[in-house]
Design a protein around this ligand. Structure first.
Ligand SMILES: [Zn+2]
Length: 245
């Protein structure tokens, strides 16, 4: 249970394993290995950052995790880093994300090789109002034979209103934030400060990068449009006094 211990260290709290109900499946049929996998899967919800109480807008993530040979293709700690980075960078537009549900996905989806493979993800089980995030082992670059990419924001070509994020297991910590940037209307950019700029560079240093102010304006506009048309639904109302600006 290395993941649970690492998560507990990160969260400064009880390992998720201790918070689990005692019945995990049909009693007597669940093996220890299966139990561990299920606990691990649950940590994709319980073990990642929540929206802070003062988050003006909190949006839900539905996380689809591919399992191969009974184990998720990434560790929940890996996803913790993704959500944490996204929340730090989206704070500039008063947006935070939290994982609300994890869905286990079949190993057939471990390698997303083509545009059609991407299109098929989530057909018939796509909820509006949340961001669906798919975590797969390998995501092919559909433009370059043999190459792979870290993540993509994708629209189902048969239903362009159905948009979602796909993350590969090789994604860096800010890949989710970058793809959510696309979800919030951003194209790639040339701003040195921006994580939407894919040109290799040394300046500014990695830790000082985020979104350019012009990008933040665009994201605020798209945020408001997505809330208005129901693409995103706010998770909870802010309590207490409004935050002064
Ligand atoms: Zn991109």
């Amino acid at each position: 249970m290395g993941a649970a211990i690492a998560l507990a260290a990160l969260l400064g709290s009880t390992p998720p394993v201790l918070a689990m109900p005692t019945t995990i499946g049909p009693i007597g049929t669940v093996t220890l290995v299966q139990a561990r996998v299920q606990l691990g899967m649950r940590a994709f919800v319980t073990g990642v950052p929540r929206c802070q109480a003062d988050a003006k807008l909190c949006f839900g993530l539905v996380v689809h995790v591919v399992e191969v040979d009974g184990a998720p293709v990434v560790d929940p700690v890996w996803f913790f880093a993704q959500v944490d980075a996204a929340n730090r960078l989206f704070d500039a537009i008063d947006v935070a994300f939290e994982s609300i549900e994890v869905r286990r996905e079949n190993a057939e989806r471990a390698h997303i090789a083509s545009r059609s493979d991407r299109d098929r993800l989530g057909r018939g089980e796509h909820d509006k109002g949340v961001v669906h995030v798919w975590i797969v082992r390998r995501l092919a670059d559909v433009d370059i034979d043999g190459a792979e990419i870290r993540g993509v924001h994708w629209r189902d070509r048969a239903d362009l209103s159905r948009r979602f994020v796909i993350l590969s297991s090789i994604a860096g910590d800010r890949t989710l934030a970058h793809e959510l940037g696309h979800f919030f209307g951003l194209p790639h950019s040339r701003y040195p400060v921006s994580i939407m700029n894919k040109t290799p560079r040394d300046d500014p240093p990695w830790e000082l990068r985020g979104f350019h102010r012009d990008e933040l304006s665009r994201m605020r506009r798209d945020r408001d449009e997505m809330v208005a048309d129901g693409t995103l639904v706010q998770r909870k109302q802010r309590r207490g006094r409004p935050r002064r600006r």
